[in-house]
Design a protein around this ligand. Structure first.
Ligand SMILES: Cc1cc2nc3c(=O)[nH]c(=O)nc-3n(C[C@H](O)[C@H](O)[C@H](O)COP(=O)(O)OP(=O)(O)OC[C@H]3O[C@@H](n4cnc5c(N)ncnc54)[C@H](O)[C@@H]3O)c2cc1C
Length: 404
């Protein structure tokens, strides 16, 4: 069988490898090198998968977890780790089961696949952009590039989403899918920063909170809550817990949602009040503005004072019990208004994509067009950070590659 794979990212590399175990494969990549996005994953170290059981894996999938059950159980993280480590790239597992090459070099992952493809005789066409997919009578029959037409029995679209377009993912697969009759769920940014209204975040930019309690409210309804590390930036907020939050709220109108930060998540109101009283006792003759250094990061102090309405030059022993309670409530619940998410191009991943309702979850084959397959980020699937997104690309790529 002749197989054409469009896109040489994680999904395409795996699809081409799996197909090459039995078929004659041509891989089209529009960049001059393979896996351009892989190079920047995990800050250049490539968090290649998450060493967990499939059941745990599926819990970390945000969009369409059920659709991925078949692919992840058939090609779990251990299979990927075995494949990569037995082909010259030893791996290590870090905090949260995140798996990286021992070398800390993302290029080793791409190199490993490149070697496997060459060994298996895959025809790799770099600098070759596919401009359209040819279909005839409900069957995919070939692809067109600018100057040539190629005939295939099977075509696997692995063109990625819309995030970090400089790596080559410019949404071509959505177009191919649409022309073939597929529905495409509107792409949305995921694992992305959040723009805030007001100016307080500007004063706080650069401040990183190691353990903040984050809640997001739509009206009075709490729609997200978690603890973790976050960072204030010139536009608003980012960092691990904010990225996770963005993936949970990106399907709704985010403008006007409230972000509430608990600056002291380890202390309940009673213990925090006792803590404030202790500090106030130690600094009773100081100004209010000079009594918060033990309690808060320096950059946060003017913001908290501004919100409390307490005169910064007031002596601590003159601060009333009511004012102290106001301070306490701000520390447990400092609110910011959300304006929007950062654009999809800045997302670590694109949510949305080819509707999984029209794809066979075992083989990744289109239910509408025979011989047409999809794998990776082009599909309407996305997960949290931790190696899950790359593994989704590998597992769906594997399913598509061995099918048929
Ligand atoms: C900064 C950053 C860090 C990340 N870190 C991690 C991490 O550590 N762990 C993790 O699990 N996930 C991480 N991700 C997410 C992960 O990179 C993606 O989930 C994964 O790369 C998706 O793989 P893919 O093959 O589906 O798409 P892509 O990697 O986007 O590959 C698509 C390929 O198709 C090619 N292409 C597109 N259109 C055409 C065409 N018409 N003709 C020919 N070729 C075409 C593109 O050039 C590209 O090479 C990160 C993402 C970013 C942006």
């Amino acid at each position: 069988m002749k197989v054409g794979v469009i896109g040489g990212g994680a999904a395409g590399l795996m699809a081409a490898y799996a197909a090459s175990l039995k078929d004659e494969v041509t891989l089209f990549e529009k960049n001059e090198k393979l896996g351009k996005k892989i190079y920047i994953t995990g800050k250049g170290r490539c968090n290649v998968t998450n060493d967990c059981e499939p059941e745990e894996f599926i819990k970390n999938v945000v969009s369409n977890p059920k659709f991925l059950i078949g692919a992840v159980y058939s090609f779990p993280p251990r299979n990927l780790m075995e494949l990569v480590s037995s082909n010259g790239v030893p791996l290590k597992t870090e905090r949260g089961n995140r798996v990286f090459p021992v070398s800390d070099k993302a290029s080793d992952i791409t190199g490993c696949f490149e070697t496997l493809l060459k060994k298996n005789g895959v025809n790799i066409l770099l600098g070759t952009e596919v401009s359209s997919v040819i279909t005839e009578n409900g069957r995919a029959t070939g692809v067109k590039t600018v100057d040539r037409e190629f005939i295939f029995d099977k075509i696997i679209i692995c063109t990625g989403g819309l995030s970090y377009p400089l790596t080559g993912s410019t949404g071509d697969g959505y177009r191919f899918a649409g022309i073939a009759g597929h529905s495409v769920v509107a792409p949305a940014p995921a694992l992305v920063g959040i723009n805030l209204k007001g100016g307080d975040h500007v004063a706080l930019q650069g401040l990183s909170l190691k353990n903040a309690g984050i809640s997001i409210f739509s009206g009075n309804k709490k729609i997200f809550s978690d603890f973790g590390e976050m960072l204030f930036t010139h536009f608003g907020v980012s960092g691990p817990v904010i990225l996770s939050a963005s993936s949970r709220i990106n399907r709704a109108e985010v403008r006007g949602m409230k972000l509430s930060i608990d600056l002291k998540p380890a202390l309940n109101e009673e213990t925090l009040d006792a803590r404030i009283l202790r500090d106030f006792d130690a600094y009773k003759n100081k100004d209010f503005s000079n009594a918060l250094f033990d309690l808060l990061p320096r950059a946060m102090i003017p913001v908290v004072i501004g919100r409390s309405g307490i005169d910064p030059s007031k002596k601590i022993n003159e601060v009333t019990a009511k004012e102290r309670k106001t301070l306490l409530h701000i520390l447990k619940d400092i609110e910011f208004e959300i304006d929007s998410l950062r654009p999809v191009e800045e997302g670590i991943i694109t949510a949305g994509g080819v509707s999984v309702k029209e794809i066979n979850p075992k083989t990744m084959e289109s239910k509408l067009v025979k011989g047409l397959y999809f794998a990776g980020e082009v599909l309407d699937v996305d997960a949290l950070t931790g190696g899950f997104n790359l593994h989704i690309a590998f597992a769906t790529g594997y399913a598509a590659g061995i099918a048929g």
